[in-house]
Ligand binder design. Structure first.
Ligand SMILES: Cc1cc2nc3c(=O)[nH]c(=O)nc-3n(C[C@H](O)[C@H](O)[C@H](O)COP(=O)(O)OP(=O)(O)OC[C@H]3O[C@@H](n4cnc5c(N)ncnc54)[C@H](O)[C@@H]3O)c2cc1C
Length: 462
């Protein structure tokens, strides 16, 4: 069944003169609000046939396609050069709800896709921790979710995509055609050209509800035990760590699977929050300090210990709890935050060393999330997910002090074969990137000569 084409925003029907596309901006930020810099222009593509002209008119290494800038660091920024805002490419193009196949433009968000497909019995195979991410951004970072051990990253579920490059206005890429470009574009950080649309395979579900369980754990050994026990039987698993717990990290282990049968008129739906609370601008960064974080952690752990262990939960509450606070990144104040998401071997000793280093530094991560990746390989050449553990830490950005701590964490993570997630990174060194993404030279051959980003220049230029 073909779905009618629609756009959620006003759009124009003919190519827009460049002068009216341009908005020179200083205030373009990524989610972490660090680093800062000015862009020359922000161009906007309302229709996919405007994209080739934008690329053709761009200078060498001057433009970067962009989504909703939910990346934390500078992989979605292009200081001193141009951004091409692809969010107005927001049309659903084709859907086959018999087979669960959906094709839509790259600016459609995961939130919009879920709204369209869940009532029809389908679900996105991979979801990140926010629904406010575009399909193009999700592909360009080859996102992973709480079910990596079952489904791998999003690149595994793509059937085909249409890429616009400065040397080819439209190139159909799939596992069978333009294979190298297809593999480079998955996790390709927007550097291989502009994704115009993508087609993916959805997975069937019987309702929006999940059957979720949680267990409080008091040591890393318990975490490993829970992971080993649940990864075989549960679709989604993830753990929250309490960074203040002494000796051995404690936390809460969450697991869930889609409810096996339709759930009619579940009372919890009424309590689902429909609108996000806005976080005000100008919150002082000092609001998040070791005392407030300790208080929050204690209250959260207490709540988790007391509340129901097994329950039906709506997918929005399970996957996107932070989406109920609009612009929650403002809680970190004007200095912003840096997220450190690393990949580690499954070795409790390394994890303990990392946590001990943070504890000694006196700096505290507001959020600590731990998950075991499975061994389903991504087709992406620059893929981040690999077998092992992934730990995500959010630190308030306090300048040199914070950067020094992260360098010290690198010194633990990288020698043992670890890696850092480019989507979250704002500071890794060239050496760190090049040693942990050994395919980067092969990837470089697929870059569109008109595309570049602040991240890419930072990790590859001498
Ligand atoms: C609260 C929160 C939770 C998150 N949880 C997870 C998680 O669990 N797992 C995970 O993997 N990630 C997670 N992320 C990161 C997020 O999923 C990625 O950074 C995602 O790529 C952001 O998409 P975006 O639309 O905001 O794209 P942007 O951040 O704007 O851009 C991301 C990349 O995509 C490229 N791009 C965008 N559009 C196009 C296009 N049309 N063609 C070509 N390239 C394009 C950009 O050049 C850039 O390199 C999380 C982020 C937040 C804020």
């Amino acid at each position: 069944m073909a779905v009618p084409v629609f756009s959620r925003r006003a759009s124009v029907s003919s190519p827009v003169p460049e002068s009216s596309l341009g908005r020179g901006r200083r205030d373009i930020e990524s989610w972490g609000r660090y680093p800062h810099g000015a862009h020359r222009r922000v161009l906007r593509a309302w229709w996919s046939d405007q994209v080739p002209a934008c690329l053709a008119n761009a200078g060498p290494a001057s433009i970067l396609p962009g989504g909703l800038r939910r990346s934390y660091g500078d992989s979605c920024l292009n200081f001193g050069r141009d951004l091409l805002d692809c969010t107005p490419l927001d049309r659903f193009l084709f859907a086959d709800f018999q087979r669960g196949i959906l094709r839509c433009e790259a600016g459609v968000t995961l939130h919009e896709i879920l709204r369209m497909v869940v009532p029809r019995g389908w679900f996105l195979p991979v979801l990140p921790g926010t629904a406010h991410v575009t399909l193009g951004g999700a592909i360009a970072n080859d996102i992973h979710g709480k079910n990596h051990h079952r489904q791998g990253s999003i690149g595994r579920h793509l059937r085909q995509l249409m890429l616009s490059r400065s040397d080819a206005p439209e190139l159909l890429c799939s596992p069978n055609s333009e294979i190298e470009l297809f593999r480079a574009t998955i996790g390709g950080l927007g550097l291989t050209g502009v994704i115009l649309w993508a087609e993916m395979q959805l997975k069937p579900v019987s309702s929006p509800w999940l059957l979720a369980r949680k267990s409080v754990f008091k040591s890393l050994d318990e975490f490993f035990y829970l992971t080993a026990q649940n990864d075989d039987s549960e679709e989604y698993t993830v753990a929250w760590l309490d960074g203040f717990a002494r000796s051995d990290p404690q936390g809460v282990f969450f697991s869930a699977s889609h409810a096996p049968a339709p759930v009619e008129n579940h009372s919890g739906e009424a309590s689902l929050q429909r609108h996000a609370f806005p976080v005000a601008r100008g919150i002082p960064g000092q609001c998040l300090n070791p005392w407030t974080i300790r208080l929050f952690n204690a209250a959260y752990r207490n709540y988790q210990e007391r509340s129901t262990r097994t329950k039906l939960i709506h997918y929005r509450s399970f996957f996107f709890p932070l989406d109920s606070l609009d612009n929650w990144n403002r809680i970190y104040g004007r200095g912003g935050l840096v997220q450190y998401q690393c990949l580690l071997p499954e070795d409790p000793g390394i994890l303990r060393r990392l946590l001990a280093k943070i504890s000694i530094s006196g700096q505290v991560s507001f959020l600590m999330v731990l998950k075991r990746f499975g061994n389903l390989a991504s087709p992406g050449i620059l893929a981040f997910p690999r077998p092992g553990l992934t730990l995500a830490l959010d630190f308030p950005m306090r300048g040199r002090r914070t950067l020094q701590l992260l360098d010290e964490l690198d010194a633990i993570v990288l020698p043992c074969g670890g890696a850092l997630y480019p989507a979250k990174d704002a500071r890794m060194s060239r050496a760190a990137f090049q040693s942990s993404f050994p395919n980067w030279r092969r990837f470089r051959a697929a870059i569109d000569p008109k595309c570049s980003s602040s991240f890419w220049r930072r990790v590859t230029e001498w």
